[in-house]
Write a protein that binds this ligand. Sequence first.
Ligand code: NAP
Length: 282
Amino acid sequence: MSDIDGRALAKAIRAEVSEAAAKLRGEGLAPTLAVLVPTDDEGTAWYVRSIKKAAEKEGVDCRIVQLEAPGRDEIVAALQELSADPAVHGIICQTPLPEGVTLGEVGWYISPYKDIDGANPESLGRLAQGRRTFAPATSAAVLELLKHEDLVLEGARAVVVGRSTVVGKPAALLLLNESATVTVCHSRTKDLAAVCREADVLVAAVGRAGMIGADFVRPGATVIDVGTNPTADGGLVGDVDYAAVAPVAGRITPVPGGVGPVTTALLLRHTVQAAELSRSHG
Ligand code: NAP
């Protein structure tokens, strides 16, 4: 078994971002990410600050737009304003959203050109059609990690546990677009462990600490753990029972240090790509 080092991959991606951002700046274009924050949740504030810090370190400007107790209309108005602002190239609408508001609903108001975290339903549609688009960064991180390992995805059996619009479904579509044979599991899947054991590539995106045990994993399989579950002592664990699965898996992403850092790096890469694209669509 070997760990897949998400931190090292993130560092390499961020070095590329830094170079591309410096080039754009040299041409008079400052790549800019805007993060709309419609909540005063402290955990979210910490995460958003970490994105800003990472962005600015690589030469990407980051504008945090904090909304105090907004409703749907205020969120939509803010997203429309950012979408129309030529100085903004990438937009994230941070969750959680206020009760009764869904990302699928307000995501429509993020310009697809600036939708660097794949929140606009149009982006998911384009992904389903295999067309060029920004996939949600976490799902893109899953694929980036697999490609970095030089895994042959064509014809491989991939099982994704979780069918959310932000992680499970786009990860499944990305794998399908690579010609993997993809099964998507969820809370109603019967005999989950047996289905998972068929996988050459197993992606866990559930949000249940340690639920994927050794009996879910075919010996030698590659396991990507998307789960981030807080522990009582302030730490973080994945959906995979790492200690039990690591001796069985061929390769495995740790939590923390796997999908998370690559996700942040890809948000920055997507922003720089969106800035580059802005020159052709005005
Ligand atoms: P979500 O919207 O709550 O979706 C969870 C999915 O897991 C659902 O499809 C659900 O099935 C399925 N599920 C729940 N219990 C299950 C069970 N016992 N057996 C099989 N499937 C089950 O969560 P999410 O937003 O996709 O996030 C998933 C995990 O990824 C969370 O831990 C989250 O914190 C983490 N995450 C990490 C990053 C990162 O950058 N590392 C980014 C985003 C999310 P149903 O559809 O049937 O309810």
